[in-house]
Structure formats: C-alpha cells, structure tokens
Design a protein around this ligand. Structure first.
Ligand SMILES: NC(=O)c1ccc[n+]([C@@H]2O[C@H](COP(=O)([O-])OP(=O)(O)OC[C@H]3O[C@@H](n4cnc5c(N)ncnc54)[C@H](OP(=O)(O)O)[C@@H]3O)[C@@H](O)[C@H]2O)c1
Length: 282
C-alpha cells in the first residue's frame, strides 16, 4: 500500500498518516513499532515525555538495517517537553533526543505544549530554529498551539512552523484552526484521531458510511481526516488494527459524509481539559 504524502513548508514530504506511540515503552513498545513498520507505517510519533524515544529509534534502526526501505523514507518525530523550554535547555534537549533516537538526525521536532503561564514558548521556538540550522533537526513544528500562539511565534521569529499537532477527532474537529493552518501553509497533525476512549464508532453517520463502503468505523474516521487534509496518528499495539488503520487509501467518503462527521463536533468535545491556554504539561 502506498499512502499519499504531504509536502511541508520547508520542502520535505511526510506520509499522510503516521503511527502514534504513546504509551508504548520498553520491549513491548519496540515490538509494536517494529510491527507498525512491517505493516507499512513510515511516520513514527514520539516524545521525550513518552519515555520511548529509545525504543522507537531502535525499532527504526533495526528495520532500516534489514534494507527493505531507505532512511529517507522513514520519518521519526519527537517533542520538546515543557520543562526544557528555556533556550539553552531546549538546545541541550535536542541533542539528548538525537542521542536517544540513535539516528543521524531528528526528522521532525515539535514543541509538545506551549505552557503559556511559563511564557517560554517563543524561546523554545527560537531554539528549534537553531537546532535546524545546526542540522540536528530536519523539520520543526509545534503541538497544541492555538491561533493566537501561532501568530505570536511567527511574529517573533519570522518562521512559520511546518506542523501543528493538535487534538482532532470527530467530536473536536478544530475547523477554524485547520483553516488557519491551510492559510499559513502548516500541516495539521491529529492526535487521538480515533477519539481514543471516546471513539464515535457507534454514531449512525459513521456506521452508515462504513456499511456503504464495506469498511470499519475506525477506517471511516481515518479517511475523514485524510479528506479534510489532516494527518492522523492512530496508535495501536494490535497488529491487525495497525493494518486496518493503514488501509484507508482505496476508498473515499462522499462530501456529505465528511460534512456529517464534522457536524458531530461540539464545544466540549475535547477528551480532557486540554485547552492550550490553560493546560500545563512539563
Ligand atoms: N501532542 C500531544 O499532546 C498528544 C496527545 C495525545 C496523543 N498524542 C499522539 O497521538 C497518538 C494517538 O493518540 P491516542 O493514542 O491518544 O488515541 P487514538 O489513536 O485515537 O486511540 C488509540 C486507542 O484506540 C485503539 N484502537 C486503535 N485502532 C483501533 C481500531 N481500528 N479499532 C478499535 N480500536 C482501535 C487502541 O487500542 P490498541 O492499542 O489496544 O489496539 C488505543 O486504545 C498517541 O499515541 C501519541 O503519539 C499526542
């Protein structure tokens, strides 16, 4: 299966669907990531705070050593934690992540959460720009930034993030933020793309589309992301589900199905109180 790719504003391309890795750790994590690579995933999410950069990097290196795909075809991303936002600390954190991943470079590095009350996200963004200039990181972006925070880092640095990874699923479709990303040339990555513990698998509109197409509700939801131009990062430790989640390239939803799924959105649709203005994650 060949998934489409998305081109970032720095010219690099990444697969249009990736593999979520939280909370996969240790040998179980390595086995799950290895299985994902074998299934065909070529974009692996990770973060300092998931404590799994080591096994994600190891699984990627082991898979690359088999010679079945080239280094340039595998994108590994990680995220800077809130406690490392101060400029020098963020630079050091980039080198530490690089060492834990054990790769020649970090393909994508994101600021994990803005933590506005600490007020250091602009410094953190300048550090990511510096890490890119030093060749430690290839592509840089943010996570959990809203429109105001995006405007601020862009005005401060003159550099537009390549990616913003945010909570996005049918109950929280982030329509205005996705439009803002399109305007700015930012790729939207969706975390908890299936809705995790609150997945809308039983919603009549999802069930109807699944039965029309002969696919599963999870596949309908992942296809909904692709049709809206957002890049889903489904996590599964189950090989059969990993395959199911990747097999979303051979069917399309009708525009009215996309609209009806988006209409499931509601103001209180977040999975937890993860408002970027108030949520603190160090
Ligand atoms: N940037 C951030 O702040 C942030 C926050 C949260 C998450 N993330 C990233 O986003 C990734 C995905 O989010 P998530 O793990 O919260 O939620 P998710 O991918 O929406 O849901 C994962 C859950 O759905 C189950 N599942 C997967 N495929 C399924 C299928 N086809 N049918 C039924 N159930 C299925 C998984 O179970 P099994 O594993 O048992 O199959 C797991 O319990 C994370 O792993 C992480 O990489 C980022």
């Amino acid at each position: 299966m060949t998934l489409p790719t998305l081109t970032l504003n720095d010219g690099f391309t990444i697969p249009a669907l990736g593999f979520g890795t939280y909370p996969l750790v240790g040998d179980e994590g390595r086995i799950a990531v290895r299985s994902a690579l074998k299934t065909g995933y070529r974009l692996l999410d990770s973060a300092v705070n998931y404590e799994n950069e080591g096994v994600v990097g190891l699984a990627a290196r082991e898979y690359l050593a088999k010679g079945k795909t080239s280094r340039g075809d595998v994108t590994v991303q990680t995220k800077l934690p809130g406690r490392h936002h101060a400029f020098d600390r963020a630079i050091a954190s980039g080198y530490e992540s690089l060492a834990r991943l054990g790769l020649d470079r970090i393909d994508v590095m994101l600021i994990h959460w803005p933590n506005p009350s600490a007020g250091l996200y602009k410094e953190a963004w300048r550090a990511l720009i510096e890490l890119r200039e030093r060749g430690v990181v290839r592509s840089i972006g943010v996570s959990n930034f809203n429109e105001r925070l995006l405007d601020e880092v862009i005005a401060d640095s003159g550099v537009v993030p390549a990616i913003n990874q945010v909570e996005l699923h049918p109950y929280f479709p982030q329509t205005s933020l996705v439009a803002k990303h399109a305007e700015l040339g930012i790729v939207t990555q969706a975390w908890s793309p299936l809705g995790k513990r609150n997945a809308p698998y039983a919603e009549p509109v999802v069930v109807a589309a699944a039965s029309r197409l002969g696919v599963t509700p999870a596949q309908v939801i992942l296809r909904w992301h692709l049709e809206r131009g957002s890049l889903p990062l489904p996590k599964s430790a189950t090989p059969s589900r990993q395959a199911e989640n990747l097999a979303v390239d051979s069917f399309t939803l009708l525009p009215e199905e996309v609209e009806a799924i988006t209409a499931l959105g509601r103001p209180d649709g977040r999975l937890f109180d993860g408002d970027p203005e108030t949520h603190e994650e160090m």
